[in-house]
Design a binder for this molecule. Sequence first.
Ligand SMILES: [Zn+2]
Length: 265
Amino acid sequence: MTQKTSAEPTVDELKEKVALSCQILAQHGLVKGSTGHVSVREPGTDNILIRGRPLVDKGLRFAEPSSVMRVGVDDAQPVGDNGDVERIGEIYLHTDLYRYRPDVNAIIHAHPPGVLLCTLNGVKLRPIFSGFEPSAMRIALYDLAPVFDRSITLHTPEETAPFLDLFANNNMVLMPGHGIVVTGRSVEEVTSRALTLESLARINWLAHLGGGAPDISDLDKAELRRRDRQPSSGERKGGGWDGLIAILEHGALRADAIGLGGQFG
Ligand SMILES: [Zn+2]
């Protein structure tokens, strides 16, 4: 157990962030109805805060902090009074992954259509564009999203264990005919990462429908790798979170365009 420091967000702030992440994922079409979930570590404890199922569930597009419950990482059991909110079935994707990866602070499991269509049809995520959305292209260039070999929902620690091994060196894994699991250091990072991954998948899927597109040239791949080895000025604070919240507050029920809304860097 780690000590809580004053700089860390409060439980209420984290619950709010989890709910906002759910709303963003729904607005961009990565989840529908009440399926899919977002979680975050509760600082200074062995618990996580995760979106559960409220008695009246309007779905993730309308997720509220009150639908975010506290669950123990060690036994995946609810902790304290969570009201009428029920724990989700695929809880071990979260609890066991937090135990497996102590550096991870936030996890998303979603069922995005682009990834679903690509994995169902054997369409590999390839680097077929660059300047349009470099962060999405890099997932393909560096092969950062391995594919799990099963498509069932994972309801037990035994079913989940082989899946965890794919996270030894990765922050995102594709589940064919099912969805994605994405990890990150914060709710903001993991939300942006999930949007970027789905954006890559949607573009690859649409290019496939259009007859297929070649990879970018070897010359361009080599140049991008060279640029990535250059020292950078550091990560932009907050990433695209503020932009995503602005799109959310704008009020559109869904934002389904390719490219999604996560490209602010
Ligand atoms: Zn699932």
